[in-house]
Design a protein around this ligand. Structure first.
Ligand SMILES: Nc1ncnc2c1ncn2[C@@H]1O[C@H](COP(=O)(O)OP(=O)(O)OP(=O)(O)O)[C@@H](O)[C@H]1O
Length: 387
């Protein structure tokens, strides 16, 4: 969708901002550009909507060389979200959001209707916020209006330059999550600049890690964290990349342990036999409809006598995560519940449990898979083991 071919930019004073950039952002892909200050991220992005012209190479959007497209028309096809948001202070939130549809000639009523829809989509009730002015909003709300405005004309491409930079970390995380949920629905082709590796990893389908004016590595978050291509990338992603990797590695059914299962209404002696046969010290307990209730120990079952039920002995344990969730979520649940395992569910169905040992194995598996993918013979497990 966006294709860079050997693109370079030398500013008039002789500064080379970027050099020999070649990459492609696929349709519906969210690519993050990450790197230290001054490495050329913003220059890269602003060349896509021709706010900056490259000095060499060419850029194609939707297969068309943008050098031949009128910049004003081009920008109508490309939504642009920046950190300072740049809302018009004297226009209401609704009118701000309707700016681009109005510019491209939509009737006023239709433009406003569309604006209201978009405000709703970014979590701002148009009835409450539509008639306010930007100064009457919080920083996070202004940022949402910025996203709504960029999406209002339904452009296929979205450029975002530090879009969540100006808000505190809590709001930032919420906006990131909201944007990811939104992106699931609207599937724009997005180029997002950030200097924050955590944000790049959370948001990007792929990450381009910039060195000085060039891309050092362009790959999935898991691959960048698992097998940094150069020592520079390894330093940039940080020595805790094993920990960061927890947030991008999904729990898969093969990672799970399958302890014996007992039912609440079952006789304790029957369950005890099953545990003995399996050589297990505990079992997961499910209720009558197969939902997670908790666990029960082999010792408790053995001491129950003939008439006791599992239900009388079971302990509640509510730590669970959906299959496919990141390992980090499982780890966090374990810590929160002070538990040695967490149940993994597929919808309401119990699949198995993840233990710390299995979690470590799952991390290794994903590092191995990536290492094979990029043909690397040696993988440095140090930071993974630290996790
Ligand atoms: N108009 C300009 N004239 C000369 N040099 C410029 C100009 N704009 C940017 N540069 C230089 O080009 C390089 C890349 O700048 P750019 O703004 O693309 O970096 P960045 O990675 O986005 O940085 P930051 O994270 O700080 O925004 C820097 O060395 C910068 O000083």
């Amino acid at each position: 969708m966006i294709r860079f071919e050997q693109v370079g930019k030398v500013y008039p004073d002789g500064t080379t901002a970027v050099d020999g950039l070649s990459f492609e952002v696929a349709e519906g892909e969210l690519m993050t550009l990450v790197g230290p200050s001054g490495c050329g991220k913003t220059t890269t992005m602003m060349m896509v909507n021709r706010l900056i012209e490259p000095t060499s190479g060419r850029i194609l959007v939707g297969g068309e060389d943008i050098a031949g497209i009128d910049p004003v028309k081009l920008r109508r096809r490309i939504g642009y979200v920046i950190q300072q948001v740049g809302l018009f202070p004297h226009r209401t939130v609704l009118d701000n959001t309707a700016t681009v549809p109005a510019l491209v000639g939509w009737k006023r009523a239709r433009a406003r209707e569309r604006a209201a829809e978009l405000l709703d989509l970014v979590g701002l009730d148009p009835g409450t916020y539509g008639s306010r002015y930007p100064a009457q909003l919080s920083g996070g709300q202004r940022q949402r209006v910025g996203v709504a405005r960029a999406l209002a004309a339904d452009p296929p491409v979205l450029l975002m330059d530090e879009p969540f930079g100006a808000v505190d970390p809590v709001v930032r995380e919420r906006l990131q999550n909201e944007f990811l949920a939104l992106q699931e629905r609207v599937r724009k082709t997005v180029l997002m600049v950030t200097h924050d590796i955590e944000e790049a990893v959370r948001m990007g389908d792929r990450i381009a890690v910039y060195g000085d004016g060039r891309i050092e590595q362009l790959d999935t978050p898991a691959a960048v964290l698992g097998t940094p291509a150069t020592p520079y990338v390894a330093r940039f992603v940080g020595s805790d990349r094993g920990l960061k990797r927890l947030s991008v590695t999904a729990i898969e059914p093969e990672d799970l342990e399958e302890p014996p299962v007992a039912r609440l209404e079952e006789r304790a002696a029957v369950a005890a036999d099953r545990l003995r046969a399996a050589g297990a010290r505990w079992a997961v307990v499910l209720n009558g409809t197969g939902e997670l209730h908790g666990w029960v120990s082999a010792d408790a079952l053995r001491g129950a006598g003939e008439r006791g039920t599992v239900g009388a002995l079971a302990r509640r344990m509510e730590a669970w995560v959906p299959v496919g969730a990141p390992l980090k979520q499982a780890f966090s649940e374990m810590l929160q519940h002070d538990a040695g395992w967490v149940a993994v569910l597929d919808g309401a169905r119990f699949l198995g449990v993840l233990t710390p040992a299995k979690l470590h194995e799952a991390l290794r598996r994903s590092v191995d898979a990536d290492a094979q993918g990029v043909g690397r013979e040696e993988v440095d497990f140090d930071s993974v083991a630290d996790a």
